[in-house]
Design a protein around this ligand. Structure first.
Ligand code: HMG
Ligand code: MG
Length: 299
């Protein structure tokens, strides 16, 4: 299979990245980050989550962030919604696209959203219904697709089953998350091979955390499988509060560098992206997790 000529990047740094930060980050800093990311040419930014603040305190200010960002035409600003309450809060904040999130492992489902996989899918049904009524689009996530912090190995068939359910209930795209970053290129190819028997490849995305340093290889393996949508995080921010030791997502800067080298279009300005990453890293008071940004700043 030839490589895709265009790739869509879903910037998850303001959500998947910042959700994991223990230090308080002001609404103003979050807004500045989102606006810098849209200015760099990203077409999709996951801005926040409408989840319980007891579970993920850092996302508590998501409605204010949505109220203050400068929305650019053609840019999708998404948010996570775990239940109808979250969806309604998102709607009230003017959100036009939400993401629901299920897991491929029962143990992770319990730890992350306090219910079983089938209960979670049942919870999403009224979200899908309400979303349709309000013209809101819904993206789906499956977590732990290449391993679970509590159960270990996860069968690709189990991932395929959950992905198929999300697609069948109306998610226009399903992102497969290697939450703990243990996946390898071979496992990634097998995963997409199995899942694409249930959900068309063009409706699938890859979401790789870089904990074991495999994310770039896994993205390349996914490209070879015809996958053309990837989630990534500015400056490699993040982790998951319910997956101990999970590091950030693959850095957006590094993915753009890879895609530029392959001649694959993204519409993203790498220099502006690096600047956005440096700005948020300064706010957090630590070096960027992007290898490309580090190399550029050493020049
Ligand atoms: P629960 O405790 O079972 O919920 O949590 P509940 O319905 O029993 O409600 C408990 C309390 O939470 C009540 O308040 C509710 O009102 C409130 P109280 O009466 O105690 O004061 N509540 C809410 N508040 C605000 N917004 C809401 C909401 N819902 C209930 N939407 C729940 C269940 C799903 C809410 C909880 O487990 C939760 O919020 N989990 C979110 C966990 C999370 O955000 N994890 C990180 C994102 S997933 C991820 O990172 C993986 C991904 O990146 C892909 C990958 O890497 O694999 C997407
Ligand atoms: Mg994630």
């Amino acid at each position: 299979m030839s490589l895709p000529s265009q790739v869509r990047l879903i910037e998850v740094g303001p959500r998947d990245g910042l959700q994991n930060e223990a230090q308080p980050i002001s609404v103003a800093d979050k807004v500045q980050l989102v606006d810098a990311l849209s200015a760099a040419g990203l077409g999709y930014i996951e801005v926040g989550s409408f989840v319980s603040p007891k579970w993920v305190p850092q996302m508590a200010g998501s409605a204010e962030v949505f109220a203050q960002i400068r929305r650019q035409p053609g840019v999708t600003y998404g948010a996570l919604a775990p239940n109808l309450r979250g969806f309604e809060d998102a709607l009230a904040a003017g959100v036009k696209e939400v993401a629901v999130f299920a897991a491929a492992s029962e143990a992770f489902s319990q730890r992350n959203i306090n219910c079983s996989i089938s209960e979670s899918l049942a919870r999403f049904a009224p979200i899908m219904e309400a979303a349709k009524q309000h013209g809101v689009t819904v993206r789906g996530y499956v977590s732990c697709v290449l391993g679970c912090p509590y159960e270990g190995e996860v069968a690709p068939e189990q991932v395929a089953m959950v992905a198929r359910e999300l697609y069948a209930m109306g998610c226009y795209e399903v992102s497969l998350g290697d939450t703990i970053g243990t996946g390898t290129a071979g496992a990634t190819r097998r995963l997409f091979d199995v899942v694409s028997a249930q959900v068309p490849r063009e409706k699938l995305a890859g979401h790789f955390h870089d904990t074991y340093g495999q994310a770039m290889a896994n993205i390349y393996a996914s490209l070879l499988e015809g996958i053309a949508v990837f989630d990534s995080s500015i400056a490699g921010l993040g982790g998951c509060p319910y997956a101990k030791g999970a590091s950030g997502n693959v850095a957006t800067e590094d993915v753009v560098y890879l895609l530029n080298g392959l001649g694959i279009e993204t519409g993203i300005d790498l220099d502006a992206l690096i600047a956005a990453g440096q700005q948020i890293s300064a706010v957090l008071g630590r070096p960027t997790g992007s290898r490309v940004a580090k190399a550029r700043s050493a020049q």
